[in-house]
Design a protein around this ligand. Structure first.
Ligand code: GAL
Length: 758
């Protein structure tokens, strides 16, 4: 980590001033050029003819539709010397740019100050070649520390920020966050590392060990750390502990805290008070709490009540049943060509001719029995309910390999996820040969070469099917994927045939470098590559669910079904922050009319559990309440549910989030309507979703940063004036309400309900 080395070398000086100078936003206007020239960094360069652009949103979202490669951003800002003179911590200031997709070279007044998240010393020469080999940091916020005496800063005068951005494919640019200069404060020196540390489940409670770190090379930290546990709803203190704080410059010291397991929203507030500083460092955490009662030992058949397939295709379906094993299965009404294994409950064979088949499933164990009719609808549509599965991207990124995929599939079976309807195991990018690898990317006959991390795709497919699971894969209609791996352009038929040979059941097809091929940003050009691949998939002997991924360009929801898409991404990539998740989730409004059985809006994959987009994983940065809000909102939206975490590290909390059948059934409802907001007021949103049986699912969300008591006027949100609600996370009655209903909703949290009579 070069950043911290440079930071540590700066002689920080502490002052005891009480008021910090305000950060200085780089409000722009930001200017944008698609021409790549080194003199764009220069202070005296005139950018007056460049296009205007906003920071905080990819260039694709702003109408620069088909752009990959090297682009430039420029903006001007005055840096007041108060940032230097009146800061709590002197010696440096910080430039924050937010997230940049994929790679940046950042210049201040013509001089390079940062490269892809790493500070560079004065005098460093900028490389004018391709930035592609550096490797993407698309989901990392760029923050550069500049010493106050650095000649690159012009104090109290206009400064020019120029950023050269390289984007390999997909959305590009300064896509999230607000660029600004800010003074340093004690919290830049004293790090309370609780956010990166997991809560470990111990008997009756949790334990958490994290580091306190003094990043300064000159400041002694002496004071105290108070840890308070408070009720997430009313703020009342539940417990408090105080420990001394003594950290020499550069020192790290671990802290372990233990707490009992709560069953409601609970916060931990860390407050470090340091001698010589008036303001303390305060940081907040939330404790995981499980709302859902444990499933019964007796059998319960879960999952969707309708399954779609096409005639005369290979078929695999694992009856999703929770309850103690061993379990015996019996199925009545199976059409000819299909058979069930009575020991595993896995139905296999070939689908019958077109028609609607009511299949009676029975499951029995030592504690009881359950039965349920599942309708097999053999026709043109797959994905009659939103697909549920796991995808490798949010967890492993390009570091995915066969072992990790197999481990995930085993967890579907072992941890019981498959018993609640989780079905697909999908490999995302990274299974092909990289574009810049000298080895052949295709065999002489055109079939794609699989890289060494996936020694045998066919065997992998067989092993997933043997567990009753389905197998998904990823490619791009362009020459390369977004990660720079070989993709399908010109070889669509070859690839569709390979997929069939491996037993693929799901394809995510990601626009990426197709920008280089498309003639323009017209709808016809956007549709073309997707329609082409669909025709190739239709020609092979498999039912392949088709997931379009092009970040919502050209309002894909208006035409995704026309090109044979079963689902389509409506947004850029999600990351595990409240801003990202809520920004995407609560924005899914205009596309609602286009969701329905066989064609779903996809607001991107789930960000709960251990995630990382690469080899190094960490617990999601979403708080427990934000995770409840995330799953609730995605289920209300009828969104495809693709888990993006390490399944070998599922804790009780994450498992409870992913296996509550009363919650999942809202997502899997056969009517397939997408929820819409019925009330948006003062950071409160109420979304409702009509369900097939005539009842309504209701999410009461609190988007503010403090807990709220929310009074909902039932008529205002389109509900009957007298209604019985069930709290579906807790799986118990929430009571009968007339006229209005009042709920306690934690910060960034939700109460998810379902009406149980009309
Ligand atoms: C992005 C896509 C991600 C992931 C990635 C792989 O464009 O949105 O979900 O598939 O490419 O490189």
């Amino acid at each position: 980590m070069r950043t911290s080395t440079v930071t540590a070398a700066i002689a920080f000086l502490a002052t005891s001033l009480t008021s910090q100078p305000q950060p200085v936003p780089i409000a722009g206007p930001w200017r944008f050029s698609t021409v790549d020239r080194p003199d764009h960094a220069r202070t005296d360069f005139s950018d007056a003819s460049w296009a205007l652009i906003r920071s905080g949103s990819s260039w694709e979202r702003q109408g620069f539709d088909k752009l990959d490669g090297h682009m430039w951003y420029r903006a001007r800002v005055t840096i007041p010397s108060t940032l230097r003179d009146e800061a709590e911590i002197k010696g440096a200031i910080r430039l924050e740019l937010g997230m940049i997709d994929d790679i940046d070279q950042t210049f201040l007044n013509g001089a390079l100050i940062g490269l892809n998240g790493t500070d560079v010393p004065p005098g460093t020469q900028a490389d004018t070649g391709s930035l592609a080999p550096i490797g993407t940091k698309w989901n990392t916020a760029r923050s550069y520390t500049i010493p106050s005496d650095d000649p690159r800063i012009r104090w109290d005068a206009e400064n020019v920020i120029a950023i050269r951005v390289y984007d390999s494919g997909g959305p590009g640019g300064l896509w999230s966050g607000d660029p600004r200069f800010r003074p340093l404060s004690l919290s830049d020196v004293l790090m309370i590392g609780h956010a990166e540390a997991p809560f470990r489940e111990i008997d009756g409670g949790f334990e958490k060990t994290f580091d306190l770190h003094n990043r300064s090379s000159s400041i002694q930290i002496r004071g105290s750390l108070v840890i308070r546990v408070v009720d997430g709803m009313n703020g009342s203190e539940l417990s408090r502990s105080t420990r001394p704080l003594l950290l020499a410059p550069g020192m790290t010291s671990p802290v372990t805290e233990r707490l009992s397991r709560p069953n409601t929203s609970t916060l931990i507030v860390y407050q470090a008070t340091v001698d010589g500083f008036e303001r303390s460092v305060v940081s907040q955490d939330e404790v995981p709490y499980v709302l859902t009662p444990l499933p019964n030992d007796a059998p319960r058949i879960n999952g969707p009540s309708v399954v779609g397939a096409r005639p005369d295709r290979p078929f695999v379906f694992r009856i999703p049943v929770s309850g103690e094993r061993p379990m015996q299965y019996k199925v009545d009404g199976l059409p000819k060509g299909l058979a069930v294994d009575q020991r595993t409950g896995i139905i296999t064979g070939r689908t019958p001719e077109r028609g609607v088949y009511a299949i009676q499933m029975h499951a029995q164990n030592a504690h009881g029995r359950d039965e349920r009719v599942i309708t097999l609808n053999v026709g043109d549509k797959l994905a009659l309910t939103p697909p549920m599965g796991w995808n490798s991207w949010n967890v492993w990124g390009l570091a995915v390999d066969q072992e990790k995929v197999v481990a995930s599939a085993k967890m579907f079976a072992q941890k019981g996820l498959a018993d609640h309807g989780w079905t697909y195991i999908n490999i995302d990018d990274g299974w092909e040969i990289r574009g810049d690898d000298p080895r052949p990317k295709r065999h002489p006959d055109g079939t794609i070469v699989v890289n060494e991390k996936f020694p045998n795709m066919k065997a992998l497919g067989d092993s997933l099917h043997a567990l009753g699971l389905k197998f998904g894969i990823y490619s791009s209609p362009g020459p390369l994927t977004c990660g720079g791996y070989t993709a399908s352009y010109g070889y669509e038929q070859h690839d569709a045939r390979s997929y069939a040979a491996w037993g693929i059941d799901y394809l995510k097809y990601d626009w990426c470098t197709y920008s280089r091929i498309a003639k323009d940003g017209s709808r016809a050009e956007l549709m073309k590559p997707y329609a082409l691949m669909r025709s190739k998939l239709d020609a092979v002997d498999r039912d392949i669910v088709y997931s379009l991924c092009q970040y919502g360009m050209g309002n894909v929801w208006e035409w995704g079904a026309q090109v044979g898409g079963d689902l389509w991404r409506t947004t850029g990539d999600i990351i595990d922050t409240w801003e990202s998740m809520s920004g995407i989730g609560f924005d899914q409004v205009a596309n609602a009319p286009f969701a329905g059985p066989g064609h779903w809006n996809d607001p991107d994959m789930l960000v709960v559990g251990w995630v990382g987009w690469g080899p190094r994983l960490r617990p999601t940065r979403l708080t427990p309440d934000e995770q409840y809000a995330h799953i609730s909102l995605w289920c209300l939206l009828s969104a495809p549910l693709l888990i993006g975490c390490d399944l070998t590290r599922l804790d009780d909390f994450t498992l409870n989030l992913l296996t509550n059948d009363e919650v999942l059934v809202i997502d899997q409802d056969p009517l397939g309507r997408q929820a819409t907001p019925k009330l948006i007021k003062d950071s409160i949103q109420v979304w409702t979703k009509p369900l097939a049986n005539g009842s309504t699912a209701v999410g009461v969300f609190n988007l503010s940063s403090t807990a709220r008591q929310v009074r909902v006027d039932l008529e205002e949100v389109g509900l009957p004036t007298s209604v019985n609600f069930r709290d579906v996370w807790r799986q118990r009655s929430a009571g009968r309400f007339s006229g209005t209903a009042t709920f306690d909703v934690p910060r960034h949290g939700v109460v998810l309900l379902r009406t149980i009579d009309r």
